[in-house]
Design a protein around this ligand. Sequence first.
Ligand SMILES: NC(=O)c1ccc[n+]([C@@H]2O[C@H](COP(=O)([O-])OP(=O)(O)OC[C@H]3O[C@@H](n4cnc5c(N)ncnc54)[C@H](O)[C@@H]3O)[C@@H](O)[C@H]2O)c1
Length: 265
Amino acid sequence: MGKLDGRVVLVTGAARGQGEQEARLFVAEGAAVVVADVLDEQGETLAKELGARARYVHLDVSREDDWAAAVAVAKQAYGKVDGLVNNAGILRFNALVDTPLDEFMQIVRVNQVGVFLGIKALAPEIEAAGGGTVVNTASYTGLTGMAYVGAYSASKHAIVGLTRVAALELAPKGIRVNAVCPGAIDTAMSNPALLDPATTDAEAAAEAASASVARLYRKLVPLGRIGRAEEVARLALFLSCEDSSYITGQPFVIDGGWLAGVSVM
Ligand SMILES: NC(=O)c1ccc[n+]([C@@H]2O[C@H](COP(=O)([O-])OP(=O)(O)OC[C@H]3O[C@@H](n4cnc5c(N)ncnc54)[C@H](O)[C@@H]3O)[C@@H](O)[C@H]2O)c1
């Protein structure tokens, strides 16, 4: 028996990275998964590979009309939606004083407004299905600062706040809302070298970049390595299934101990 048998979960940003691993794990645990992203080719390919219990839908999380269309696709395919993983996100590096307003707003629109729109669109559906779960993807930078990612960190702090408010408002409707706060996870976001290198030279450059990322996290993270997308997927599964039945409104840090404090070697 799977932990998500009979459930229907929409995962945003599911074409690659953590969202992809969440989609794979949730299908393996018995759920039907709506794979939502703006990367249509990758999303379609993944949904095809996952089979009848997966369906791809184009969903730009910052667009309210896209959310309405995605809900319609999900209900048509599977009759209901009773789970949401708000995973889509973007990151840009810039000093605060150098950040153009457009860049700041783009990050807020995708990371913060996207989560708001997702909860707004899905909560009535989850309630109508008899209750369920929402998992928002914040970040450890949603709980502490990090230089040169001001817009990102602000948007992730906002997600933690939204998670708490949504948990309070939606508890009477049978909906639990929690957040995952990953530290450094080995995906294209933290390591663009993972994106398909086009030439042999680029492959060598990508390998060198991966090695330097690995060295960096060996020093920074108490557990001595960068995290894996599958590890975050397992936390999202825990928060989406009955194992977490008495938990709502909480941010869960998954960072190899990075936030625990300063280690002196
Ligand atoms: N990788 C890390 O170190 C790390 C750390 C903390 C938090 N996070 C968060 O984890 C989540 C997943 O990121 P990831 O690490 O898998 O990176 P990723 O870049 O591989 O995945 C992000 C996904 O979001 C999608 N996306 C971007 N804009 C979108 C939009 N407007 N609408 C719908 N989809 C959109 C992308 O196409 C991509 O598939 C993000 O919210 C990110 O902020 C990542």
